[in-house]
Ligand binder design. Structure first.
Ligand SMILES: *Cc1c(COP(=O)(O)O)cnc(C)c1O
Length: 388
């Protein structure tokens, strides 16, 4: 079988130092349009982009221009969001271990909400807010104990995980809140995993949230905001067939199954599903090496540029975009001194030679942002389809 990908401006790539990230800004904008058209059907749905998926300033700018808010998990991300122009009222701050300087920075900026994950954290935010003569709005991150049926490294909503407050602790937390004068409970927050493609998992989460809301209701607590986190997955196998995730089915699942009280707002924190498909890691073949019973395509990109395969055995579609010759199988590997530095085994590529360009697809989320300089390597640079 022959396959030629024509979507990449290969002539323009020839002059760029590989490896680099290539972002299709048109696809990112189309994805944001779909999100906005789905959520505009409701006046109480709000999407905060999870900055940790990709904090490239140009990407953040496009997402800000589309009107989304920002979900941050560190002081650095709060700074990046502010710098990109997100207004503080659209910034929320989550994370299991917030440092004092990060809490101070977020209070100074006047962000809309801290998603709080423990009683000691609640007490600490109260203490800092008191010193600053401020009141911090907080949402409690409740561990829903719902299995997201995804890879164990990206499951966060089970009792065994470090994230969130267990529902059995709720009375202690509510008691603690009555003692604290500089924090105000404004929401409940949930996030139970990532790369979730089965809507039944989101339905289970919605039903569990209904039960948890009842538990709070019985204690006469109704919050203004329910935040269901992120986690919507993408089609890594077929990035050309499914470049935009099924946001309609996603939002519909919550509309159908989540019971909101009057005037409650529903918040989403989508990361991967917003930016994943618009990004590609472009690399060059350094050598084709004959192994025992197999061939290796040795790339100039490695796990330092895209760590997901090495970290979570993640699959990325790999294509030779320079060749239209018959397919052959290769183990596609990087140059780093680690055996896990392998992008895929027995990958069918158009017959490959030194100098060919290789596209590693669906790399817009948790790609560039996770790049490291291990082996003293240079960081991959970003390029954009409308500026190349
Ligand atoms: C990682 C994370 C997200 C985003 O997850 P995606 O799978 O990229 O959508 C949202 N909220 C919180 C609290 C997170 O930690």
């Amino acid at each position: 079988m022959r396959e030629v990908t024509r979507d990449f401006p290969i002539e323009k790539f020839e002059n760029i130092q590989t490896p680099f990230y290539y972002y299709n800004t048109q696809l990112l904008k189309e994805t944001l349009d779909v999100i906005n058209s789905e959520t505009s059907k409701f006046d109480n749905y709000h999407v905060h982009y999870a900055v940790k998926a990709n904090a490239n300033p140009i990407i953040l700018g496009i997402i800000k221009d589309a009107g989304l808010g920002a979900d941050c998990v560190s002081g650095g991300e709060v700074e990046a969001a502010l710098k990109a122009g997100f207004t503080p009222d659209k910034i929320v701050f989550a994370g299991v271990g917030k440092s004092d300087w990060e809490i101070t920075l977020a209070l100074e900026a006047g962000i809309s909400c801290f998603n709080v994950e423990s009683i000691p954290e609640l007490e600490n935010i109260d203490r800092i807010a008191k010193e600053m003569r401020k009141c911090a709005s907080v949402a409690l991150r409740i561990n829903p104990n719902v299995d997201a049926h995804t890879h164990s490294y990206i499951t966060t909503g089970l009792s065994e995980n470090k994230f969130g407050i267990d529902i059995s602790m709720i009375d202690n937390v509510l008691e603690c809140l009555t003692q604290l004068s500089n924090v105000k409970l404004v929401g409940l927050h949930f996030h139970f995993g990532s790369q979730i493609t089965d809507m039944d998992s989101f339905r289970s989460l919605a039903i569990r949230i209904n039960e948890i809301q009842e538990i709070f209701y019985r204690r006469m607590v109704i919050v203004d905001n329910i935040n269901v986190g992120g986690g919507l997955g993408v089609d890594y196998q077929n990035p050309d067939i499914n470049p935009i995730p099924d946001f309609h089915a996603y939002f519909e699942t919550f509309r159908k199954h989540l019971v909101l009280r009057p005037k409650q707002h529903l918040h989403f924190e989508l990361g991967r599903s917003v930016v994943c498909q618009c990004g590609t890691l472009i690399s060059k073949v350094l050598y084709v090496k004959e192994g025992i019973g197999k061939k290796f395509a040795i790339l100039d990109a490695g796990m330092t540029d895209l760590i997901r395969p090495a970290l979570y055995q993640a699959y990325h579609k790999i294509e030779n975009i320079s060749s239209d010759a018959e397919k052959e199988a290769y183990d596609v590997v990087g140059p780093i001194c680690e055996s896990s530095d392998c992008f895929g085994k027995a990958i069918e590529l158009n017959s490959t030679k030194r100098g060919d360009l290789i596209a590693i697809r669906s790399a817009g989320a948790y790609g560039e942002i996770m790049a490291s300089q291990y082996n003293c390597r240079r960081l991959p640079k970003p390029y954009f389809s409308d500026k190349i």
